[in-house]
Design a protein. Structure first.
Length: 405
């Protein structure tokens, strides 16, 4: 059993990620129906998703506290219950602010509970350093892989029976997980592999660095800045990519297919770059991933018309293939440095950078477009943020390589 348990836990993290993050990301399919149902503007509806991103990051310290104080069972059950309640409330919403509360705040907290904090803490107990990155990358890929199934399913249910029915189905699916989570052998799971998950030292004293220890050292801030600046750069572009391509004269269906391919490449890039990092090239993998994203931004800038296929597909390959790769890397580095009794809270505070960066990146990207009536400033801002993120993560990855020698 113990031989197969680590990868069974990877599968568990993957499924929970699909049931939280992928369902949350399906919101983009609901936007037209919600606009009509609530007679609301596009921005009034889409801010629901921005709010979910914000809460997904800022709620991570609370998720970490639940994990450290009450354990894995409490965190997973709380997160899945939140996902079920969020989608159920959306199905019965009568005012737009109901969506802000349910799909924004509650669903955002579900994502915080069932994604990064959970997978880093859980898998960090079972995988050694040379295998941890790939395991985390598989768990993180749930959002991209799950979207390939969840988005078409949501679109089909909306077209067939309406958006309220779709959210009701999502709520029932999430609720079905709760009794299953209650029955899992969490005591055995929490013990982890021998030597990897010290939770208590002799005499009952908690082991590992505390949050206070962490915030006094540069690595904590390097990882937090990496999360924040990466999200700034990525989300300054992603929400506007489709409109950018349409304004350059590309056919809508063709542009959508190109962006779908980028989404397909994202989980492959997560696993590929993490595999390279686990094989002893953490700094190389980090810098290579950022170089691909920055070059992808440059390729997008060179898409000036419908005939610029070369630059379009270079953007898809470089930006799409590297877009999600830093999350597993940052999680791996945080786990290796802070693994112990207080890891949940430490990682939760590091994750604030990701939520704030995603929220601010989308907002600042929109502002820069409105102020300049173009995209040059948006693309320059994204590239600058990614350069700074590369410096921070590259430094910490290099330090980890020195410590492991």
């Amino acid at each position: 059993m113990s031989r197969f348990l680590p990868w069974a836990l990877v599968a568990l993290c993957f499924v929970l990620g699909v049931a939280s993050r992928s369902i949350s990301d399906s919101f983009v399919v609901f936007v037209p129906a919600l606009q009509g149902a609530f007679d609301a503007s596009r921005s009034a509806v889409t801010v629901v998703y921005s709010f979910a991103l914000l809460v997904g990051g800022t709620g991570a310290p609370i998720a970490g506290w639940i994990l450290d104080r009450f354990g894995l069972r409490a965190l997973t059950v709380t997160g899945m219950t939140a996902a079920a309640l969020a989608t159920a409330s959306a199905a019965h919403a009568t005012e737009i602010w109901h969506l802000y509360l349910g799909l924004g705040a509650v669903m955002g907290f579900a994502g915080a509970s069932l994604s990064g904090v959970l997978s880093a803490s859980l898998l960090g107990r079972w995988f050694p350093a040379h295998r941890l990155g790939v395991a985390l990358a598989v768990a993180w890929s749930a959002a991209g892989v799950g979207a390939m199934v969840v988005l078409p399913a949501a679109q089909h249910m909306i077209a067939a029976d309406g958006w309220r029915h779709a959210y009701t189905v999502f709520s029932l699916v999430s609720a079905a997980f709760v009794p299953l989570l209650l029955l899992l052998p969490w005591r055995q799971i929490a013990r982890g592999a021998p030597g990897l998950a010290p939770v208590r030292a002799g005499g009952g004293k908690a082991s590992g660095p505390t949050l206070g220890d962490a915030v006094r050292d540069w690595p904590f801030w390097a990882l937090t800045l990496s999360f924040g600046l990466t999200s700034l750069g990525i989300f300054a572009i992603v929400p506007q990519a489709m409109v950018y391509l349409l304004e350059r004269g590309l056919d809508g269906a063709y542009a959508a297919r190109a962006l779908a391919v980028a989404g397909f490449l994202t989980p492959l890039g997560m696993i590929g770059f993490s595999w390279l990092a686990d094989r002893g090239g953490r700094r190389l993998a980090a810098l290579l991933a950022y170089a691909c994203s920055i070059l992808g931004v440059g390729a997008l800038a060179l898409v000036r018309g419908p005939d610029d296929d070369l630059w379009l597909w270079l953007y898809v390959l470089l930006f799409g293939g590297s877009m999600g790769s830093r999350g597993p890397m940052i999680s791996t580095l945080a786990t290796l440095r802070y693994r112990g009794a207080h890891f949940g809270r430490i990682y939760g505070f590091i994750s604030i950078g990701m939520g704030l960066g995603g929220f601010l990146g989308a907002w600042i990207g929109g502002l820069l477009h409105d102020w300049t009536d173009g995209y040059a400033a948006v693309l320059a801002f994204a590239a600058a943020a990614l350069v700074l993120a590369a410096a921070a993560l590259g430094a910490e990855a290099g330090e980890r390589e020195r410590l492991s020698r």
